[in-house]
Design a protein. Structure first.
Length: 272
């Protein structure tokens, strides 16, 4: 895969494609890659390429491609985070081949996609993505959507990352060797660009949390914001590895005080 930092900054959500069919060699590469994707939770995520014309699939926000990738996961604890991690690995690999993507969770004919994925009663299809080559010009609808969610902006570094506790923001200068992995997290995609991840750097570990909108209760069914946290974990782990940092994944809640809107997700410990 190409340089992780470059991929993160080069990728954008693509909803308008130029109509070209993906090169068969690249299609073979995508299929081979999706069959070996893993995540730190050890939860299998099953991928499948879908033909919109043959399988009767549609999304009102997508133009210029008939090819999609879908994925499904069993309804088990941490399924959303595992899905987000694995799907983002696929998205970044597609980007390395010059193939455009966009995470779609709501603006699609969900029953049709779930039938195409042969979704079981105990499985979830949290998101899908179209696949293709980005058009040189975005559609009017895509431009409006991107402006509405401020797609090209992110919260400041100090608003997302903290030093030892949530009482002390982490500056870029103080981040040291964690700067590039955390910056990769900052630029990760998220549903309507909410950027719900927060991370506390504490000694030789980085603890990741989900920060919900104040007073918002967790959803009763699937939790898309936990998918976003899986994406963030993926960015951190891949960028840390690329920059020579050896990290170990663990779920071990630290004794860091949080408020009612902040939920611990997982940690990465730095190992020598």
């Amino acid at each position: 895969m190409a340089n992780m930092t470059e991929l993160v900054h080069a990728r954008r959500s693509v909803r308008t494609f130029d109509g070209r069919t993906i090169d068969p060699t690249d299609t073979e590469k995508l299929i081979a890659f999706m069959e070996k994707i893993e995540n730190p939770y050890g939860i299998p995520v099953t991928f499948q390429l879908l033909d919109a014309q043959k399988q009767g699939l549609s999304s009102p926000v997508i133009m210029g491609t008939e090819l999609y990738v879908g994925a499904k996961v069993e309804r088990v604890p941490h399924a959303e985070e595992a899905f987000g991690y694995s799907f983002e690995r696929f998205v970044l690999y597609a980007q390395s081949l010059g193939i455009g993507t966009v995470w779609i969770a709501g603006t699609l004919d969900r029953p049709a996609f779930e039938r195409a994925m042969a979704l079981g009663e105990k499985e979830m299809m949290l998101c899908v993505s179209p696949l293709g080559y980005a058009s040189e010009r975005m559609s009017l609808r895509e431009n409006v959507m991107r402006k509405a969610i401020h797609a090209d902006s992110r919260l400041p570094f100090e608003a997302l990352f903290f030093d030892g506790s949530f009482e002390k923001p982490l500056t870029e200068q103080a981040a040291g060797k964690l700067l590039k992995p955390l910056e990769a997290v900052r630029w990760a995609p998220s549903a309507v660009n909410r950027q719900p991840w927060r991370a506390v750097a504490d000694s030789d570990a980085v603890h990741f949390y989900l920060r919900r909108k104040k007073g918002a209760a967790p959803p009763a069914a699937s939790d898309i914001q936990k998918v976003d946290l899986g994406i963030a974990l993926c960015h951190f782990a891949l960028c840390a590895e690329e920059n020579g940092l050896h990290v170990r994944f663990e779920i071990k809640k630290p004794s860091i005080p949080t408020d009612a809107d902040t939920e611990y997700i997982a940690s990465y410990s730095l190992v020598s």
